[in-house]
Design a protein around this ligand. Sequence first.
Ligand code: NAP
Length: 347
Amino acid sequence: MESGRYVAVYGAYGHTGRFVVAELRQRGYVPLLLGRDRDKLLALVEAYPGLEARQASVDDPASLDRALNGAAAVINCAGPFASTAAPLVEAALRAGLPYVDVAAEIEANVDTFAHFAERARAAGTVVVPAMAFYGGLGDLLVTTAMGDWTAADEAHIAYGLSSWHPTGGTRASGVVSGQRRNGRRVRFSGGRLEYHDDALPTLEWPFPAPFGPQSVIGEFTMADVVTVPSHLAIAEVRTYMTAKAAADLSAPDTSAPIAVDERGRSAQTFVVDVLVRSGGTERRVAAAGQDIYAISAPLAVEAVDRILTGRTRTTGVASAGAIFDAPDFLRALSPHLSLHVPFDTRG
Ligand SMILES: NC(=O)c1ccc[n+]([C@@H]2O[C@H](COP(=O)([O-])OP(=O)(O)OC[C@H]3O[C@@H](n4cnc5c(N)ncnc54)[C@H](OP(=O)(O)O)[C@@H]3O)[C@@H](O)[C@H]2O)c1
């Protein structure tokens, strides 16, 4: 196996990390199994005899350097990313490797852009934060919906989730983000992140069939408010979440996801419905699939594949829509995602 096929996965034994490891193998890559817990790594190797596991801690840069040795790229699946993103990006920069993560933490994603944009660009390397369901997919959909527009007045990204059984990592990341906001809420308005204490509105969103109209929580702000404005001139970026899924997430006793198929996916279904508006014209595109954690694996691995095969548009810290050909990327995910273009006012 050529060395360019080795991809390091930090947090390999986590729920999302396991999907990423399986997807890499499916695509002909050899995952290097990285994480901080030796026993959990050994248990994962039992499931994947022949794969190499390497223990590394974000508090020990030398251990990260050793762990990345021989890899062609690194995918960071270990969250909260407030703790892991910076040390892993630093290690990737030292090694000259592309870095992709699945961070859904707004402040951690902002930090990645703020702290590493210049150094990554100067090094000619690529850092792609939020290359997952939240942040990455929404950005690819917004970029696709924009078509030949380079600016718009508004982007609306509505998440239709049949349910949300959060993992421990999702819950821990939510706690960390909440602490970083001092319990305040955040939205993207007037071209910037705005912290506030307003109550969140409940409204109805007309999702495409079979979801149909659903009650959603407005200003349920997700990582798309970092990825989309990082490269598109849109002053208002709003995200919405089905009220049912928001209630699942906030309930302390909602169970973790339960696998229902041979790929380990849960029964959760989703549709991400995107609307961009400029003047009086709207453009819209949506994507539907199964399991928000599972879909993050083909998103992250497709990103790495495109980076390693030179199908990129820029270097430095970049979001999915900026660095990849968004419609082409979404088409490549057709085994996992069905695209809906319910109406299109271009013409
Ligand atoms: N953007 C998206 O749409 C999206 C999609 C999927 C996941 N995510 C994010 O990805 C993260 C992981 O989610 P998950 O579902 O895989 O959760 P999970 O199953 O609980 O796994 C969390 C993983 O992170 C590791 N980890 C946590 N803190 C660490 C630290 N300080 N140093 C090293 N490793 C650490 C854990 O290792 P230990 O077991 O040793 O603690 C474990 O491997 C979460 O932040 C989640 O929000 C985002």
